[in-house]
Design a protein around this ligand. Structure first.
Ligand code: SF4
Ligand code: SF4
Length: 252
């Protein structure tokens, strides 16, 4: 049994220079408070349905909506990310969160992992090494011992599954039809606070994600990826940043 002990040192690193994945409701609150939210788009070529026993593929499938790039079936993942450079706009004196009771789920979860396929590794976290030499039991075999943290993880996972139709509709409304090839990078779209808030307010959900029949463009900073995708009748383009018209490609 792998036991992890952890005591937060209040170093504040997890409240600086971040893009925090947030739910639609959290994004609206963040924007209403005057913060910024970006839209991160990535897509997975999905030419055939994976075997039902493939748990990782099933996890990805639940968090993506179906679409096409040229004639290639793909699945698109859209993440709303509360973004800030430097200190989080909600960070107060002595590294205290100014919206503690209403902070996003992802802040409640840190430094645990939301994705069950990513093992909890202290070296992948922002926390200093002394935090991991704490005395408080934090996780057993990577699963947090605190019921509130486990509940926040579940809520975060459920939001990713339940908001697919809204995110598909959001992209359509905002004219977003490009996504980075998954695992190679992200396409970060910034449409501005007022425009995003307006688009989010108008979203309607009919429960199930429909197929997005627009042809998406798959973006990569690797020539070989672009050439391979074009050879199978996908629409693909090379991009390596910098930001243009509110869109930026960031390689993994
Ligand atoms: S909302 Fe609070 S906990 Fe989350 S990053 Fe900002 S200051 Fe830190
Ligand atoms: S980075 Fe880790 S130790 Fe530092 S404030 Fe955040 S949770 Fe605490």
């Amino acid at each position: 049994m792998d036991r992890t002990q952890f005591d937060c040192t209040r170093c504040g690193k997890c409240c600086h220079d971040l893009r925090l994945p947030v739910s639609i409701a959290e994004a609206r609150k963040w924007l209403e408070r005057g913060g910024d939210v970006d839209i991160l788009c990535e897509a997975i070529p999905w030419p055939v349905e994976p075997d039902a026993s493939n748990a990782f593929a099933a996890y990805k499938r639940k968090r993506t909506f179906p679409a096409t790039s040229g004639t290639l079936p793909i699945r698109v993942a859209v993440t709303l990310a509360a973004s800030f450079t430097g200190a989080c706009p909600n960070l107060g004196d002595a590294m205290r969160c100014g919206i503690y009771e209403e902070r996003p789920l992802v802040c409640r979860v840190y430094p645990a992992e939301v994705n069950p396929f990513i093992p909890l590794k202290p070296e992948h976290k922002l926390c200093p090494s002394e935090a991991w030499q704490g005395v408080t039991p934090f996780a057993i075999d990577g699963i947090p011992v605190d019921p509130a943290t486990r509940a926040a993880i579940e809520q975060r996972r459920r939001a990713d599954e339940d908001e697919l139709e809204e995110k598909r509709a959001l992209c359509e409304r905002l004219g977003i039809d490009k996504a980075a090839v998954s695992n190679e990078g992200f396409l970060i779209v910034s449409v501005g606070r007022e425009r995003l808030l307006g688009a989010l307010s108008e979203l309607l959900s009919d429960g199930q994600p429909g197929v997005d029949w627009r042809s998406w463009t798959l973006v990569s900073n690797r020539r070989v990826t672009v050439d391979t995708l074009v050879s199978v009748d996908a629409v693909s383009e090379f991009d390596n940043g910098p930001q243009r018209d509110g869109v930026q490609y960031v390689g993994a």
